[in-house]
Design a protein around this ligand. Structure first.
Ligand code: CP
Ligand code: NVA
Length: 332
């Protein structure tokens, strides 16, 4: 794996402003994965290498977390994240416990401090999919076990770690590649940008005005890796030029359903289709984190042509999820 550059830093967010935490890159045991900034390039490299090993030897660590339980809290729907974590935890010998958010109602039925403190007495790690990024970070603050962000409104770190693995399977090495992300500047886009910074991958993000990624993420990515090219524009044709990988995600994320009709109109010029592909490299690969709304962010044609790699991308969530868990739990 040649996908993560040598690293000097890892990051954390405090009060909306993301700050660099000095000297934390050498620690072997990470606190959690609330966002990509929690890990260093070295951590990412180790996770990618473990992912490769787990994919090649799926049964090798079948008792790695024997007799340990992992809580999975979901405030939003999920196919890939939930099932790949549940299956992965079982394959490692552990017990997944999935809880729907309305059963525990973080912050309503009980405060996050009590939930984190109590869950930490029962389980070895907590995965949470929720709305507010702050809730993920607060849960980590009050938990003595690793908290893993299974998607928030701001980040989707498990997805993009797996995506960097998929890219590394296709392009060896992937240093210096260019990714074009076309569409909504959402959670996936923000995490992807940071993962590109950790992996020495150049990225061009094309989104409509008022739907671009938050400035704090571009600032952070630049601080993480001043050497990569980060381009933000409103013209997808510019982004896809010379890109090795084209990436898209839904125009309406979970929680934004009321805006779906409005968004369809705004985002139509950002569809990845044959016409847009004609402006890029002939051998460019198209990725999609799924679920896909074919005919919206990606045309049926393009999806069908790249479905094999997109389904492999989804498969890799399983292997990467296991590697993330082992890394966070300090097991190699
Ligand atoms: N890509 C992804 O996270 O899929 P789910 O929402 O189905 O988990
Ligand atoms: N941006 C999408 C990602 C789904 C995996 C959402 O948040 O709904």
């Amino acid at each position: 794996m040649h996908c993560a550059k040598p690293d000097k830093r890892s990051m954390s967010e405090e009060g909306g402003e993301i700050k660099i935490m000095k000297g934390s890159s050498t620690k072997s045991k990470l606190k959690g994965l609330t966002g990509i900034a929690d890990i260093s390039s070295k951590d990412l490299r180790e996770i990618l290498s473990l992912t490769k090993d787990l994919k090649e030897n799926p049964l090798k660590r079948s008792s790695a977390i024997q007799n340990q339980s992992v809580a999975l809290i979901f405030a939003k729907p999920s196919l890939r994240t939930r099932i790949s974590f549940e299956v992965g935890i079982r394959q490692l010998g552990g017990h997944p416990i999935t809880i729907k958010m309305d059963e525990i109602n973080v912050g309503i039925r009980e405060n996050v401090e009590d939930i984190g403190s109590v869950l930490s007495k029962y389980v070895s790690s907590i995965v949470i999919r929720t709305f507010e990024q702050k809730q993920v970070e607060d849960l980590q603050k009050y938990s003595s076990v690793p908290v893993i962000n299974g998607l928030s409104d701001e980040e989707h770190p498990c997805q993009v770690i797996s995506d960097i693995f998929t890219i590394s399977e296709i392009f060896k090495p992937c240093d210096g590649l260019k990714i074009a992300y076309v569409g909504d500047g959402n959670n996936v886009a923000q995490s992807l940008l940071l993962a590109c910074a950790l992996s020495n991958i150049n990225i061009s993000i094309s989104s409509p005005k008022n739907h671009q990624i938050q400035k704090k993420y571009t600032d952070l990515a630049k601080r993480m890796n001043p050497e990569i090219n980060i381009e933000l524009n409103e013209d997808p044709k510019i982004s896809v030029k010379n890109a090795d990988v084209l990436y898209t995600d839904v125009w309406t994320s979970m929680g934004q359903e009321k805006e779906a009709n409005k968004r369809r109109k705004i985002f139509m010029p950002y569809q990845i289709n044959d016409e847009l592909l004609s402006h890029g490299k002939k051998n460019a690969v198209v990725l999609h984190c799924l679920p896909a709304h074919k005919g919206e962010e990606i045309s049926h044609n393009v999806f069908d042509r790249f479905s094999e790699v997109i389904y492999t991308q989804a498969e890799n969530r399983l292997h990467a999820q296991k590697a993330i868990l082992l890394k966070l739990m300090g097991i190699n």
